[in-house]
Design a protein. Structure first.
Length: 285
């Protein structure tokens, strides 16, 4: 089966319990000898399969797919929430209300108090005098100047709608978090190992495990890095390549051995710059 877009997913889901399915990367099995049609593609894929020429793509098991779907949904909700928070920032900025310059987080307790007061039309002094945190109230002069301007009816409506959506998203994120906690119960040991890395909390740890899936799919610890695109690659332009070939020839160094040394990360050979310096030092004038 060719993994085209998302069209393969429902077919795979229905058949995976009854048949052994190989999902192939379209780039690997692309075929352009004839006019491209569904029938031609099907015949070509069947021919490759019969000749055992298809390398199956890595497909997560159901339990791992479910966890990954939840973490990706959560990520999408967080991004949407951030978009609406940024929209509120823009609405306030367009009204010349600079609340974010005097409050660390306008969506925190004190920030929301000031924002709600402006939306309800409260007086500035009433807003400042009822700020819940005493530390923030000490900046009364700065806050007064920041929230002096007024919101028009359109801006009030826009911000209220955004706040309502943010509240709903927060509730849905909590629901997803509960579902994630249930699904991760059978991987508590893995989660503890991941969270032992400084800076990785529960959400980050679960997301990492969800994206990795079954780590036993990888034959050695070096495999996951390239799979997730975390390993940098070495790029040579044609001009640089010719220059390296010429330098290797002058230094009587095997170009192919030098390339192998770089790409295998063995670094058993000195760098070309070191070889050039050694050559210069050994030259008698």
């Amino acid at each position: 089966m060719e993994s085209t877009g998302t069209y393969w997913i429902p077919v795979y889901t229905v058949l995976e319990d009854s048949f052994e399915i190989s999902v192939a990367n379209p780039y690997v099995i692309k075929h352009i000898r004839k006019k491209k049609t569904d029938q031609v593609d099907s015949e070509w894929i069947a021919e490759l399969c019969l000749n055992d020429q298809i390398v199956p793509s890595r497909i997560f098991l159901k339990e791992y797919r479910g966890l990954r779907a939840l973490t990706r949904t959560r990520e999408g909700l967080v991004k949407t929430r951030t978009d609406y928070k940024n929209k509120i920032h823009r609405d306030l900025a367009s009204a010349n209300i600079k609340l974010s310059s005097v409050v660390a987080d306008i969506f925190g307790k004190s920030g929301m108090h000031c924002l709600a007061g402006k939306l309800l039309g409260m007086g500035i002094e009433d807003i400042i005098s009822t700020i819940p945190h005493k530390r923030v109230r000490k900046n009364a002069d700065s806050i007064r100047e920041a929230i002096l301007a007024n919101l028009n009816s359109v801006q009030i409506l826009s911000i209220n709608i955004a706040l309502s959506i943010i509240e709903t998203i927060n509730e849905k994120i909590l629901e997803i978090d509960e579902a994630i906690k249930i699904r991760i119960l059978n991987r508590q040991k893995d989660l503890e190992i991941v969270m032992s890395v400084p800076g990785i909390n529960f959400v980050s740890g679960v997301t990492i495990l969800a994206e990795i899936g079954n780590y036993r799919d990888f034959s050695n610890p070096e495999k996951p890095g390239p799979y997730f695109g975390l390993v940098p690659y070495v790029y040579f332009s044609c001009e640089n390549m010719l220059s390296i070939i010429d330098t290797c020839r002058k230094l009587e160094v095997s170009f192919y051995r030098y390339l192998y040394d770089i790409f295998s990360n063995s670094y058993s050979m000195p760098r070309l710059s070191d070889l050039i310096l050694m050559s210069c030092n050994s030259t008698e004038y």
